[in-house]
Design a protein around this ligand. Structure first.
Ligand code: NAD
Ligand code: G6P
Ligand code: MN
Length: 440
């Protein structure tokens, strides 16, 4: 069986160990010959890499492992680039979250002004990696988790329309695992219909393989508890995530015909979100004190002991999704998965030039979209506003336009007025010096 070469871009990410552990779990179905970590922060990556040098020597010595900050080394002879970079790292995430909160506006990693600021940083970083990949391994696929995926996807649609990049998000799978637990079934048995933008979508159908409708039973639960239920997973388990899962109850109430993505709370209940956010200790602080510490101390522990026996690295659903996608492309499995792709009629009554999140069939030539037909007025209205925000951000980045970025912020449902949008924008420009193109 062919052995694949994988490059993890953002090798120093807190999610890198989970993805590598998942790859190791799948060596029979998806064997790896070469694994290379790439990052632009040498010191951060080195901690993770040195730990894996030890772990892989013990558990999978047949894999040729390396790590580098040199693009040519990282992207030559690779089959899959799994990208999860965070341009500006947690220090900038913290600013994205705290600056809007000064104006009592949602401060969030991917939604509202924080997501817009992050988008303005990410576009250049992703294009750079995509260009390296195409230069050194033109037949490779880039599977991109780097956020904000909606803005990154629109940027690559506009600027690299023929690139082999697939943008993805783990949130729908995370939610479906909760749904499966609520129903007492396995999420692999679901047959779903779903439409929307990234972090902005709805399920319209959830059936089992026999065609039985599972929505009524789910709705009965969601009406009371949202999607909150205990699942064994390393991801989405902090109290703030449970709160998000619970709040789905109120998001669902606005349209009981569909089941919503958790992220819609930021757009439908921004006042509630602001009231329940500690402006001095946001999600970035929770992650720095939580996941980042746990992952890096597990790595340091391996390095100190010189062995990965009983190590603290875990796997989760985030990792299973990207590994399943790579395997589906490699082996033409024709699995159905949600991807962020150009609409081009898949949602009939929506902008054909929008990047939408819909089910696709994955095979070795890429993906085929599954048409989702016409969507209701409520969702269509929300999506038109949000997709315009995302398009304006990309236009602002391309043209260096202050005006367009101000319009983007003004149009976001999370921002109450053009005046507040302008104040937030001016603060964000100051904070993002050196990361954003200069705006005129
Ligand atoms: P992290 O800060 O721990 O890791 C990001 C790494 O990227 C860092 O090591 C950093 O040095 C590196 N990096 C930054 N800019 C780079 C560049 N230009 N080139 C190469 N490397 C660069 O962040 P994290 O919390 O582990 O998250 C990583 C990314 O994955 C984020 O973008 C996050 O939003 C995203 N994510 C997406 C999903 C999804 O559903 N799409 C789910 C989880 C995480
Ligand atoms: C979900 C989303 C990701 C996002 C992550 C944030 O998994 O799909 O796009 O990056 O949550 O999680 P965190 O624990 O970093 O706040
Ligand atoms: Mn996501």
């Amino acid at each position: 069986m062919k052995k694949f070469s994988i490059t993890v871009a953002g090798g120093g990410s807190t999610f890198t160990p989970r993805i590598i552990m998942m790859l190791l779990d799948h060596q029979e179905e998806f064997p790896i010959g070469k694994l290379c970590l790439y990052d632009n922060d040498k010191d951060r990556q080195e901690v993770i890499a040195k730990a894996f040098e030890i772990l892989l020597k013990e558990r999978a010595p047949q894999i040729e492992f390396s790590y580098t900050v040199e693009p040519e080394v990282a992207f030559t002879d690779t089959d899959f680039v799994m990208a999860h970079i965070r341009v500006g790292k947690y220090a900038m995430r913290e600013k994205d979250e705290k600056i809007p909160m000064k104006y009592s506006v949602v401060g969030q990693e991917t939604c509202g002004p924080g997501g817009i600021a992050y988008g303005m940083r990410s576009i250049g970083g992703i294009l750079e990696i995509l260009d390296y990949m195409e230069k050194y391994s033109p037949n490779a696929w880039m599977l991109n988790y780097s956020n904000p995926a909606a803005i990154v996807a629109e940027a690559t649609r506009r600027l690299r329309p023929n690139s082999r990049i697939i943008n993805i998000c783990d949130m729908p799978l995370g939610i479906m695992i909760h749904m499966a637990k609520i129903l007492g079934v396995n999420e692999k048995e679901f047959d779903i219909s779903y439409f929307g933008l990234n972090h902005f979508g709805w399920w319209t159908q959830i059936k089992d393989k026999e065609g039985n409708d599972l929505m009524p039973k789910l709705k009965t639960y969601v009406k009371e508890h949202g999607y909150d239920i205990h699942v064994e997973s390393a991801q989405h388990d902090d109290e703030s995530w449970h709160e998000t899962y619970r709040k789905v109850k109120d998001v669902y109430a606005v349209d009981p015909e569909t089941l919503p993505n958790t992220y819609l709370k930021y757009y439908l209940y921004p006042d509630y979100v602001v009231a329940h956010t500690d402006a001095n200790y946001t999600r970035a602080n929770q992650v720095m004190d939580g996941r980042e510490k746990t992952v890096f101390s597990a790595a340091r522990d391996i390095i100190e002991k010189g062995t990965a026996k009983d190590c603290g690295f875990v796997v989760d659903d985030h990792a299973s999704y990207i590994v399943d996608l790579a395997r589906a492309l490699a082996f033409n499995t024709k699995e159905k998965m949600l991807l962020i792709v150009p609409n081009e009629g898949a949602i009939e009554n929506f902008d054909p030039e929008a990047m939408v999140e819909i089910p696709c069939i994955i095979g070795k030539d890429g993906y085929e979209k599954i048409n989702q037909g016409r969507i209701p007025q409520f969702q269509k209205g929300l999506m038109e506003q949000q997709v315009s925000v995302e398009k304006l951000v990309v236009e602002a980045w391309i043209e260096g336009s202050y005006q367009k970025l101000w319009q983007a912020l003004t149009l976001s449902r999370t921002v109450p007025s053009a005046g507040i949008a302008k104040q937030i924008l001016d603060d964000l420009i100051e904070a993002n010096k050196g990361y954003w193109p200069e705006l005129k």
